[in-house]
Design a protein around this ligand. Structure first.
Ligand code: TYM
Length: 348
């Protein structure tokens, strides 16, 4: 298979034509339906209209202890899943975050332009420090600064993420504005982009909680690698609410979540779903949602399995991606060095 990553031109900051999209997923476990409907699945269509850059965020993963062999395996698996979902290396730039050193370098610099107080307000930091009380490390605290560096290095206009990452994109904006306020127009100010139906997919076991790969209950989430029978079983067991109608409501987190998932998987609106299932019970609806999800995920799982058999191809994609990303990122970093008063790095 031939790899091309140069299909569309990427602007230097000044000659903006096509808007730039940047996003990524941490390889800290297997990807869930939430990652797909909230993020990756929405990136695919953006490749038509935008210059897209997608990265596997392995530097972020070690804020929580990882098994090294599993992290390496999952990093490759996430790359394969990007491609299996429809991210085309001929259209989009795909790379692994840890292969481009400018991310860590810019993160250090931006740390010095980020306030302790604003990082203390991040809800993900508060949640994760409760969840991992024995390992509240400095990386967990400064994580949003690294995420700001990821985004700002590429003059990103749009960041397609799920609802839970909105606060991190907002702090990236604040950091960029603060830096630009001191040094002039260095960074593009990014905007979060959040889809309606997939923005926050909730746990199937407790629909008041986000669906998350770190949930100890395996019935709470659907993985992109789950087999059809497992997906159907998980939906069959999904927690619903009192009552029996398929209708949204403030006191109906279970039904709301299933309607959302069905909409995100099929492209229907919530009104259409309510219409379609008039007179049907929860059992029928849960099967219908399960089947819709099976159909969406089937090709992703099959293609991922094929791609993982072809490690040379994956290596070719991430190697070419690393060079291209580094070229772009280093240009931004050079400018930042100059602005803050560092001597330029010697060139060979
Ligand atoms: P991560 O790896 O936790 O999640 C990846 C993407 O999936 C979305 N997501 C969800 N969307 C809807 N419902 C859910 N239950 C759900 N769970 C996860 C997330 O919102 C995210 O879009 N910090 C980021 C990774 C990152 C990044 C970046 C993203 C690092 N640098 C720069 C964008 C730009 C994270 O931990 O996502």
């Amino acid at each position: 298979m031939e790899v091309q990553q140069t299909a569309a031109p990427i602007r230097g900051a000044e000659e903006a034509k096509q808007k730039i999209v940047f996003s990524g997923v941490q390889p800290s476990g297997k990807l869930t339906l939430g990652n797909y409907l909230g993020a990756i699945g929405n990136w695919v269509g953006m490749q038509q209209d935008y210059r897209c850059i997608f990265s596997v965020m392995n530097l972020h993963s070690i804020t929580v202890r990882q098994d090294p062999a599993a992290l390496r395996r999952q990093t490759l698996e996430v790359l394969a899943q990007y491609i299996a979902c429809g991210i085309d290396p001929a259209k989009s730039l795909l790379f692994i975050q840890g292969h481009v050193s400018a991310h860590a370098e810019l993160a250090w610099i931006l740390n010095c332009y980020t306030m302790f107080g604003e990082l203390s307000r991040m809800t993900q930091f508060k949640d994760k420090s409760k969840q991992h009380a024995d390992n509240v490390n400095a990386g967990l605290f400064t994580y949003p600064v690294l995420m700001a560096a990821d985004i700002l290095l590429y003059h990103t206009d749009l960041v397609p993420v799920g609802q839970d990452q909105k606060q991190h994109v907002e702090i990236a904006r604040d950091i960029a504005e603060r830096f630009n306020g001191v040094y002039g127009d260095v960074f593009t100010i990014p905007e979060p982009m959040i889809v309606r139906s997939g923005a926050k997919i909730m746990s199937l076991a407790d629909p008041t909680k986000k669906m998350s790969k770190s949930d100890p209950n395996q019935n709470a989430y659907v993985l992109l690698t789950d087999k059809p029978e497992d997906i159907l079983r998980k939906f069959k067991r999904a927690v619903t609410d009192s009552g029996s109608e398929i209708r949204r409501g403030e006191d109906k987190p279970g039904v709301n979540n299933l309607i959302n998932i069905y909409c995100a998987a099929t492209g229907s609106t919530p009104e259409q779903v309510e219409q379609q299932f008039v007179g049907k019970g929860y059992g029928d609806f849960k099967m219908a949602v399960g089947e819709a999800v099976v159909e969406v995920l089937r090709p992703v799982r099959e293609k991922t399995e094929d791609l993982l058999k072809n490690k040379d191809y994956l290596e070719q994609v991430y190697t070419e991606g690393a060079f291209q990303a580094a070229r772009l990122a280093d240009r931004t970093l050079e400018k930042v060095y100059k602005k803050v008063g560092f001597l330029a790095k010697p060139k060979r």
